[in-house]
Design a binder for this molecule. Structure first.
Ligand code: SF4
Length: 375
């Protein structure tokens, strides 16, 4: 399994919580960015021994903010360079109000078969607080338009613990979203990141955040409603209808290999049997000039093993111990014998055939549990 991530760093406006690599008011650079991006795709393919791609994810930023002819161009280049499988999952991140019927028609032509739409909340006040540029009605129009154009695999992104949002408002969002029957729902906690307007507001005590107890109630409500309506939680923050797990992200959580192109993008490559993690520089002006500079790091076996455990135990199915043994030539049970024994005794870990997973309680206190594998 191998993925390709493509980063588009443009947005209409920066949201108040966002620390992703994305810029507002840089529309004039979109065209030259895409020229550079296509050059980079042509360069990175030279690092590939195996050019087969199972999943493509065009993320951002707001890829749907670009003219759709540029997205078609990017996908043409990617297909020319890589062997993108016929049944590949090809996702594009889209924000409400940034795409039209014509754009959707072009996406289909480019082979895009999955959309990930950022809603975050169905509550107008919350959308304003987050600094989103769309209303709930804008989202509905965009979502319905995508369905009309035949998109049969749509994710909706949501956030909980939005400042000043009550439990009732949050529950209302969950109920509304379920009624729309998307194929996949991601529900992430708001994180207050340094360098964002929210960080400064929080420092000044201006953000009213939910208590831990309220947060737990919100997650429990969402989880129960999702599961009652056939959305299975398959990763700590992700729920999917049968057969609609995000294959691209599954590859990340299984610590698989993926290429990456675009500003600040991260790749994980298998070069001559070595695991190489590569991070692109994030200076827009240099990137556009075609100066691609990378930070490369060769990952030691022990570090890769630890990453595989950290990522695998985020999945509800857990870590595949057979694949672990095949990849690292050591049994998972031998590599972490003391920690595993302790976690079994504490009833946080359980075994299901070839898989070892955190139980429900373990998943809820995942960070504390995973830290124990560090020792
Ligand atoms: S739309 Fe997404 S990437 Fe763009 S500023 Fe908002 S959160 Fe960040």
């Amino acid at each position: 399994m191998q993925g390709l991530y493509i980063h588009i760093p443009f947005c209409i406006k920066k949201c108040n919580y966002c620390d992703f690599i994305s810029f507002a008011c840089e529309e004039s650079k979109m065209q030259s960015y895409v020229i550079a991006l296509k050059n980079e795709i042509e360069c990175i393919v030279n690092t590939a021994e195996d050019k087969t791609i199972d999943t493509v994810f065009i993320g951002g930023g707001t890829p749907s903010y670009l003219d759709s002819s540029l997205i078609v161009d990017i996908m043409d280049t990617a297909r020319k360079c890589f062997n993108i499988k016929e049944d590949a999952e090809i996702t594009l991140e889209a924000n409400p109000k940034t795409f039209t019927k014509q754009k959707l028609i072009d996406y289909k032509k480019a082979g895009i078969n999955r959309l990930s739409i950022g809603l975050q909340s169905a509550n107008e006040e919350s959308l304003k607080i987050l600094g989103r540029v769309h209303s709930y009605d804008d989202f509905l129009n965009s979502y319905n338009m995508a369905r009309e154009q035949g998109f049969e695999n749509i994710n909706i992104d949501l956030i909980y613990n939005i400042p000043s949002e009550t439990k009732i408002m949050f529950k209302n969002t969950i109920d509304k979203v379920i009624k729309l029957k998307p194929d996949h729902i991601s529900l992430y906690s708001l994180i207050i990141e340094e360098g964002t307007p929210f960080y400064d507001m929080n420092e000044k005590g201006l953000l009213q955040l939910a208590s831990e107890e309220d947060e737990e109630e919100m997650i429990a409500y969402a989880k129960a409603q999702f599961e009652n309506t056939q959305y299975n939680r398959y990763e700590i923050s992700n729920y999917a209808k049968e057969g609609k797990k995000c294959r691209h992200n599954m590859n990340y959580w299984q610590n698989g290999y993926y290429f990456a192109a675009g500003l600040g993008a991260h790749a994980c490559l298998n070069i001559d049997g070595n695991i190489i993690r590569q991070k692109n520089d994030n200076t827009l002006s240099s990137y556009i000039k075609g100066c691609f500079s990378y930070k490369k790091e060769c990952i030691l076996k022990e570090d890769s093993m630890f990453e595989t455990v950290m990522l695998g135990l985020r999945l509800v199915e857990g870590l595949n111990t057979k694949s672990f043994q095949k990849r690292y030539e050591i049994s998972f049970f031998d590599a972490y014998a003391d920690t595993i024994k302790k976690l079994f005794e504490e009833h946080l870990l359980e075994q299901n055939g070839d898989y070892v997973r955190l139980n429900e309680h373990g998943l809820n206190i995942q960070n504390t549990v995973l830290l124990q594998f560090m020792n």
